[in-house]
Design a binder for this molecule. Structure first.
Ligand SMILES: [Zn+2]
Length: 235
């Protein structure tokens, strides 16, 4: 990680001392560089649990619980909104970034505090909302993979859309991407109804090596804020 910092410092020196000064005085919570090569200045901490959500502790990177204040705020507000409308909802949140960002195992991005992986809301075989949620791999058209038909969980497009809608409408952030598997995108677009155009503008199929990338979680990315951009944040 210090190597990353050194690289940034050297690059800044090459383009002039003013750029270096910009980065050196970036306040806590600033996203610097891009999501694949940048870093985060003293990120905001996502609590281990809160109204309507908990952070995963059993896989991924347990220390990747940090993001820009805008991202952490928007995620917690959206999860709380879903739980207000659908009491008992408990969303499982996966990796964000490390406290000061930088390279992170299992991800090409997630380096600058503007990315988050989030499990999908799910319905049990009886059609009742599952809570807490957990990471479930949904095969087309949205049914738990490798589970007997009678007990398989289903992708909950209604609550997942409610969560994504809250992010899209949150004035503190501008969502640039929501990465999802294509068959789950279709279900979410249907649930979005009249707001489908808004969703279509940001939802993307990730270019991955896996057969069904993002069939077990969505990945949300937000744009740099104007303050981030003054310190070298790049979309
Ligand atoms: Zn991700």
């Amino acid at each position: 990680m210090s190597g990353q910092r050194l690289a940034w410092g050297a690059a800044a020196l090459l383009v002039g001392s003013s750029a270096l000064a910009q980065r050196a005085d970036a306040p806590a919570g600033t996203s610097v560089g891009d999501t694949h090569e940048g870093y985060l200045v003293e990120g905001a901490e996502l609590p281990l649990e809160g109204p309507g959500f908990h952070f995963h502790t059993n896989r991924g990177n347990p220390a990747a619980r940090y993001g820009t204040p805008a991202l952490v705020g928007a995620i917690t507000r959206a999860a709380a909104e879903v739980a207000r409308e659908h009491p008992g909802s408990d969303l499982e949140i996966h990796d964000l970034s490390f406290r000061t960002g930088g390279p992170i195992r299992g991800h090409g991005s997630h380096r600058s505090g503007r990315d988050a992986d989030i499990a999908y809301y799910a319905l049990g075989a009886d059609g009742a909302p599952m809570s807490p949620t957990r990471s479930i791999w949904f095969a087309p058209p949205g049914i738990e993979r490798h589970a007997p038909e009678a007990s398989a969980a289903r992708f909950d497009a209604r609550r997942t859309w409610r969560f994504v809608r809250a992010l899209l409408n949150d004035r503190a952030v501008r969502v640039s991407h929501v990465f999802m598997a294509p068959h789950l995108q279709r279900l979410l677009l249907r649930a979005a109804g009249r707001d489908a155009a808004h969703l279509r503008a940001v939802v993307r199929t990730p270019r991955g090596r896996r057969v069904d990338p993002h069939a077990d979680h969505l990945h949300v990315r937000i744009e740099c804020t104007p303050a981030d951009r003054r310190h070298g944040c790049r979309d």
